[in-house]
Design a protein around this ligand. Structure first.
Ligand SMILES: CC(C)(COP(=O)(O)OP(=O)(O)OC[C@H]1O[C@@H](n2cnc3c(N)ncnc32)[C@H](O)[C@@H]1OP(=O)(O)O)[C@@H](O)C(=O)NCCC(=O)NCCS
Length: 306
């Protein structure tokens, strides 16, 4: 059967499947006949590399460093199909996940670091819908500001159209330039090279404790309610966790944010900059959230001037 070769179709129907367990790469002793359950082998001038389940490598006494999760793209791709592995590995790279690709006759297989398996599956699921998340870059800014203007053209507070440029646009412009800007926490969602979503978190504080303040968060209106905002929030939480940040504060809907683990900030000892915000001022405590926090949250300077 001829395999699929159109990239958009391949991405839409790649159906990634995560195999159980861990896999490793090991070197096979020169001249020794192959034995055991080897999943893949590559012969090189320097020797034979085998890929096998971790337990099997242990049973055979093979040593290894890289412990991987194995994801099979279930689409039957033509071996000569152009772009699938490039699209997959660049989306994973943008998410900070390294990826080794093995092509079988029928399918492509990805070996990603074992600890990143769930994240890799999410990245592939988004890619299947054409969405790639990546860190914002300086040349993106005008496009991101235009997106923010269109997302906030209806006020999320009043539900009414906003006259002129929404205040979130100038706030974001200043956040890009302020001292509290954190490049890795300004993240865009792209479809086909067009920016359709953006989220930014900047440095904030409670007393001396450094936290993050999230916002604005924008998704292009005609693409809302398709999971893009949720993906940007989850990516922010992951990057913040990886960076050892203790928590993320924001002002927003009490229906939308609690599903990501946000709690009323007051329940964690953190008071809103404006008491009128009540339970709309929320906080996501991360792994390093310390006990006994008490104080008022201070946003990056552009928020305070807004
Ligand atoms: C808020 C926003 C970023 C959400 O992005 P999105 O891509 O539409 O969200 P998702 O598709 O990931 O999530 C959709 C879910 O969140 C809910 N949701 C989205 N925005 C919501 C809001 N403002 N209030 C309550 N629920 C909301 C939807 O009902 C949906 O729930 P369901 O899956 O149970 O049906 C987007 O709607 C947006 O840009 N809005 C305008 C700007 C804005 O309000 N920014 C946030 C300021 S706090």
């Amino acid at each position: 059967m001829a395999g699929e070769s159109d990239l958009a179709t391949l991405l839409k129907s790649m159906h990634p499947l995560l195999r159980d367990g861990d896999y490793v790469y090991a070197l096979w002793a020169h001249g020794k006949p192959l034995e055991g359950n080897i999943e893949a082998a590559v012969r090189e001038a320097e020797g034979l590399t085998v890929v096998l389940r971790r337990e099997e490598a242990d049973r055979l006494g093979l040593s290894y460093d890289f412990v991987a999760a194995w994801i099979t793209l279930q689409i039957h791709s033509a071996l000569e199909a152009v772009g699938l592995t490039a699209a997959v590995s660049s989306a994973l790279t943008a998410a900070g996940i390294s990826c080794n690709v093995l092509a079988g006759f029928h399918h492509d297989h990805l070996l990603v670091p074992s600890a990143g398996r769930r994240r890799a599956m999410e990245v592939l699921e988004l890619l299947g819908r054409g969405v790639v998340l990546r860190t914002e870059r300086q040349p993106d800014r005008e496009e991101v500001l235009a997106l923010t203007a269109s997302a906030f053209s209806i006020s999320p507070v009043t539900g009414l159209p906003v006259d002129g440029v929404p205040p979130e646009v100038n706030l974001l412009r200043e956040l890009f330039e302020c001292e509290e800007y954190l490049p890795e926490l300004s993240i865009v969602a792209e479809i086909g090279g067009e920016i359709v979503g953006h989220v930014i978190s900047t440095r904030g504080w409670v007393g001396d404790l450094e936290l993050l303040g999230l916002g604005p968060l924008s998704v292009q209106p005609h693409l809302q309610r398709r999971g893009i905002g949720s993906a940007l929030l989850r990516e922010t939480a992951r990057r913040a966790e990886d960076a050892g940040e203790p928590g993320i504060a924001l002002l927003g809907s009490t229906e939308f944010y609690p599903r990501f683990g946000f709690l009323p900030a007051r329940t964690l000892g953190v008071t809103a900059p404006d008491p009128a915000w009540g339970d709309h001022f929320q906080l996501l405590p991360l792994k390093t959230w310390p006990d006994g926090v008490s104080g008022t949250f201070r946003y990056a300077s552009p928020f305070r001037a807004a």
